[in-house]
Design a protein around this ligand. Structure first.
Ligand code: ATP
Length: 213
């Protein structure tokens, strides 16, 4: 991914969305969430930042190699305007923390406004993130409703103070990485649920054929 500016025709400071995830694999609802956040909030671009080592998932299941997940995200965003694959966390190596990504972006783009985009299921976990208070001070939170759920901000005292919180709704599709991996392991395809370039990577590399915990 290049960190060059996107289509900053709007004027004013660049508005950059950061949508982090494991993306194992990236799917249609990730794209919808990122594209809707971009258009509803007038963002110049949204980076789908691939976690190098997703600390909350390591140890709970086998995670596909980061370079392959990046390859899938690059294929997924190809030809979707305003969306870019983000390799910052992979280049940094080690465990992936949103706070480090925000600090890096703040340093390289001192004037930009940063927006952290999460699914509603993730919102209640933010207080467990590394340096959550710093994350809140660096960005606006954007919560995308997932599967029709409004989500929950978690315990009142764990919410902390964000610069601001925006909520956006997207149509309910109920797609998840877990379900897609299970489909492939069961011998079914993931056509349409994953963009064609992602299906090519999954099939070409034989990903997810064996069910793994
Ligand atoms: P898994 O089932 O493997 O945990 P996932 O798709 O839930 O996969 P990630 O790829 O890490 O997990 O998700 C990245 C981000 O995308 C998270 O903020 C998550 O909440 C959000 N997200 C994932 N699926 C959806 C969905 N169907 N609708 C809205 N947001 C989603």
């Amino acid at each position: 991914m290049s960190l060059q500016s996107g289509d900053a025709t709007r004027g004013g400071p660049e508005r950059i969305g950061i949508f982090g995830g494991t993306f194992d694999p990236p799917h249609i609802e990730h794209l919808l969430a990122a594209a809707e956040a971009r258009s509803q909030l007038g963002l110049d671009r949204v980076l789908l930042v691939v976690a190098n080592r997703p600390w909350q998932k390591i140890g709970t299941r086998v995670v596909t190699e980061a370079a392959i997940r990046l390859e899938m995200v690059e294929a997924a965003v190809e030809s979707v305007r305003g969306l870019q694959a983000g390799d910052l966390e992979i280049r940094r190596g080690g465990a992936s923390y949103t706070v480090d990504t925000l600090v890096e972006l703040r340093r390289s783009h001192p004037d930009a406004e940063l927006f952290v985009i999460v699914g509603a299921d993730v919102e209640a976990l933010i207080h467990t993130w590394q340096d959550a208070e710093r994350v809140r001070s660096l960005a606006t939170l954007v919560v995308v409703t997932r599967g029709g759920q409004g989500g929950s901000a978690g315990p009142e005292d764990a919410r902390g103070s964000w610069r601001s919180i925006q909520r956006i709704e997207i149509p309910r599709l109920d797609v998840s990485g877990t379900e897609l991996r299970e489909r492939v392991a069961a011998g079914r395809n993931v056509d349409v649920l994953c963009p064609p370039g992602v299906v090519d990577v999954i099939e070409g590399r034989g990903l997810y054929r064996v069910a793994k915990p």
